[in-house]
Structures are given as structure tokens and as C-alpha cells.
Design a protein around this ligand. Structure first.
Ligand code: C2E
Ligand code: CA
Ligand code: CA
Length: 368
């Protein structure tokens, strides 16, 4: 009677209750397990848990569970599992030994509980508070001179000289320099990105009065009158020559706002500035944008450059990018050049300029 009652409880439990032998092969699988993991009892019993629901990079966990439970211990932890449909779920697990009549451990029982919703909420909350912290830091840095530009040289292959430097923003924080990857995504989700772009334009055009530079603009800048006015006003002082300025906009930003991109590119080139299409090749349908955007330069994304010495397909893609660019009378820059072999190959393919750690890392500029 007692046994039957226990069996009924386990069967109908909301939790996924499963039993396995000491090597990890499933011997019992309740309805909760069917619901949570997607496999029926018939499908699961007789198979090893690690080939059913444990993600490849977590198989080591199972060894630990088996060892500790076999030694008589109860193990509780939160982890991830993969369902029959291939969906990743967050589960809280508790594994404990089942003992035979003489007290020896004969099997292991695992009780799993879906905590995906809670973990999702926690992750969202954590991201929100991170966003708040980074926006606050950025606001402060914008206000008190806590942002600096590093410059990375872009080498012209024909002349063998540095053509210009790309300006890359860094945040000074507790004596360290933070790369834009940490704060830019959060800035881009708020109005702060306008302030950052305005800062980059003001600061960058100041540096541009001393040496040729490229300034990155965010997607939000496309079609922003305020930014264009700031650039125009600064140019009208004559302190910086438009030919010494290149503005970089990413291909994805342009794709998301074609009218804005056309207006910005049109105005900037009319003023005599260069405009580069950044991260070229990473978007969808890259080549179609070229017809509509009179940019002066294509920056071929590192993704394609990395592989050219040993991947024939990458090499051919880069070759066609260079071809197309030249047909449209645009110059080409290869990003992410990290070794001499790649640099040599790019020269053979006809790239105009190269940028990357092999040429020079981003570093503080000597403005003399
Ligand atoms: P990006 O415009 O594609 O800039 C190139 C990134 O690649 C830089 O990262 C640079 O340090 C890195 N890099 C350069 N050479 C190599 C190489 O040989 N190998 C590898 N693996 N990486 C290389 P960084 O400085 O962290 O900047 C990241 C992104 O942040 C930039 O990507 C750009 O989109 C954005 N960003 C940087 N400064 C500004 C800014 O002032 N304004 C705006 N709106 N965005 C900026
Ligand atoms: Ca760039
Ligand atoms: Ca880039």
C-alpha cells in the first residue's frame, strides 16, 4: 500500500524524477521528466543520461554526480539541460543515492525542477543594472574628460606610409582603460549615444586638424541634423581640412536606415570628407547597398581577412569585394591584419590599405 502510494506521488509529481543505475543508465522516468525533457519513459529508459539531456560541455557534471551519489552524498545544484526538441533549459537538480536492503547504494535518483523563467528574469535584471551602471559611468566620463581616443594606423600599401589613424574610444575607469565593447551597447540603447557621437566628432575633428583621422559614427547618427551641423560648423572654421577626415559607418547601421545613411553620406561627401562603409560583408546583401551609398571607402571585415591564407572561399570573397569597390571607385581597407603572410596576400589581391595588430595596435596618439 505504502509503496503504491509513493509510486503514485512520484509518477504525478511536477518535478522530473528519474532514477539511473550507478553508471548513469536511466531506469525510471516519471511524467514530470517526460514533460520537462520531452522524451517518453519508453524512449529514455535504457539510455545513458548524458546522451539524452546533458549538453556536451557539461558531461563532466554527470561523472561528479555519479561519484558523489555513489559515495552516499546528496548533490544539489543549478545547471542547464537540453530537451528532445533541442531547447536549452535551466534546471535546479538534486541527486541522491537509493539504498538496497543492506544499506549499500544501488541506484541514484535525480529530481529536476525547471527554473528557466526565474533565471531569465534574473539575467534581465542583472543586465538592466549593468546597463544603469555603465550609462552612469559614461555620463560621468563625458562630463569630466574621462574619455580618450586611441589611434590605430592604417597603412597605404602603394606608398608604404600611414595614410591615417582610426580613432577608437577608451574610457578611463579607476586607472584602467575600458574598451568600447563594455559600454557602447548600453549607450546605443539610450540617448547617450548622441552625446558620445557628438563628443567623438568634436574631439576627432580637433585631432584631425593635426593628422588625418577616421571617426566612427553610430547608427543613431544617420540622418541626425545636429551632428551634421556640428561637423559643418567645425569645418567652416578652417581648422581642419575635410580631406583629412573619414567618417566610418557600419554596414548594418546603413542597412537599417537607408534614407538616413544616404543623407549623411551625401552631405559628408559634398563637404569633401571621406566616408567608409565599416564591417563590410557582415550584413545581409552587402553588395546591394553599394549601389545606393556613394561612400569613398570599403572596410572589409576581419571575419573575411582572418582566413584568407588558408581558406580559398574567403580569399575569393575578398577578391570580389576589392573588384566591386574598385568598379565603384572606392578604396579598400582590410581590417584585422595580424601577420605578414596575410598582409602579403592582400597586396597581391590588390587591397589599397591595411589595418591590424601586425601594422600597429591602437595606442595613445602623439600629437606633437
Ligand atoms: P571597429 O570600428 O570595427 O574597430 C576595430 C576594432 O578592431 C577595434 O576594437 C580594434 O581595436 C580592433 N582591432 C584592430 N586591429 C585588430 C586585429 O588585428 N585583430 C583583432 N582581433 N582586432 C583588431 P575596439 O577599439 O574595441 O572597438 C570596438 C568597436 O567599438 C569598433 O569596431 C567601433 O565599432 C566601436 N567604436 C570605437 N570607438 C568608437 C567611437 O568613438 N564611436 C562609436 N560610435 N563607436 C566606436
Ligand atoms: Ca571602424
Ligand atoms: Ca570595423
Amino acid at each position: 500500500e505504502e509503496n503504491r502510494r509513493l509510486t503514485a506521488i512520484i509518477r504525478s509529481s511536477d518535478d522530473a524524477v528519474l532514477t539511473k543505475d550507478l553508471s548513469g543508465v536511466v531506469t525510471g522516468w516519471n511524467q514530470g521528466a517526460e514533460r520537462l525533457y520531452g522524451y517518453s519513459a519508453g524512449e529514455a529508459i535504457g539510455r545513458h543520461v548524458s546522451e539524452l539531456i546533458i549538453p556536451a560541455d557539461r558531461v563532466g557534471e554527470e561523472g561528479r554526480i555519479l561519484r558523489e551519489a555513489a559515495a552516499g552524498e546528496t548533490v544539489s545544484f543549478e545547471t542547464e539541460r537540453v530537451t528532445k526538441a533541442g531547447e536549452w533549459i535551466d534546471v535546479s537538480l538534486r541527486a541522491f543515492p537509493i539504498r538496497g536492503l543492506s544499506g549499500e547504494v544501488t541506484a541514484i535518483c535525480t529530481v529536476g525542477h525547471d527554473v528557466s523563467d526565474r533565471r531569465r528574469r534574473e539575467r534581465a535584471e542583472q543586465r538592466n543594472s549593468e546597463a544603469l551602471i555603465w550609462r552612469k559611468r559614461l555620463r560621468r566620463a563625458l562630463g569630466n574628460g574621462g574619455l580618450v581616443f586611441h589611434g590605430q594606423p592604417i597603412l597605404d600599401l602603394a606608398s608604404g606610409r600611414v595614410d591615417h589613424h582610426e580613432l577608437l574610444v577608451r574610457m578611463q575607469l579607476d586607472g584602467e582603460l575600458v574598451s568600447p565593447g563594455a559600454f557602447l551597447p548600453f549607450a546605443e540603447e539610450s540617448e547617450l549615444i548622441r552625446d558620445l557621437d557628438l563628443w567623438a566628432v568634436e574631439q576627432g575633428m580637433g585631432i584631425g586638424g593635426k593628422l588625418p583621422v577616421a571617426i566612427n559614427l553610430s547608427a543613431r547618427s544617420l540622418g541626425s541634423r545636429g551632428l551634421l551641423i556640428a561637423i559643418e560648423r567645425r569645418l567652416s572654421t578652417g581648422a581642419v581640412a575635410p580631406g583629412d577626415l573619414t567618417f566610418e559607418i557600419t554596414e548594418t547601421a546603413a542597412a537599417e536606415n537607408m534614407p538616413g545613411a544616404r543623407e549623411l553620406v551625401g552631405e559628408l561627401t559634398r563637404m569633401g570628407c571621406g566616408v567608409a562603409l565599416d564591417d563590410f560583408g557582415t550584413g545581409y546583401g552587402s553588395f546591394t547597398y553599394l549601389r545606393h551609398l556613394p561612400v569613398t571607402q570599403l572596410k572589409i571585415d576581419i571575419e573575411f581577412i582572418r582566413g584568407i591564407s588558408d581558406d580559398d572561399a574567403d580569399r575569393r570573397v575578398v577578391e570580389s569585394m576589392i573588384d566591386v569597390a574598385h568598379n565603384f571607385e572606392m578604396t579598400t581597407v582590410a581590417e584585422g591584419v595580424e601577420d605578414q603572410a596575410t598582409l602579403d596576400l592582400l597586396g597581391e589581391l590588390g587591397v589599397d590599405q591595411v589595418q591590424g595588430y601586425h601594422v600597429g595596435r591602437p595606442q595613445p596618439l602623439e600629437l606633437g
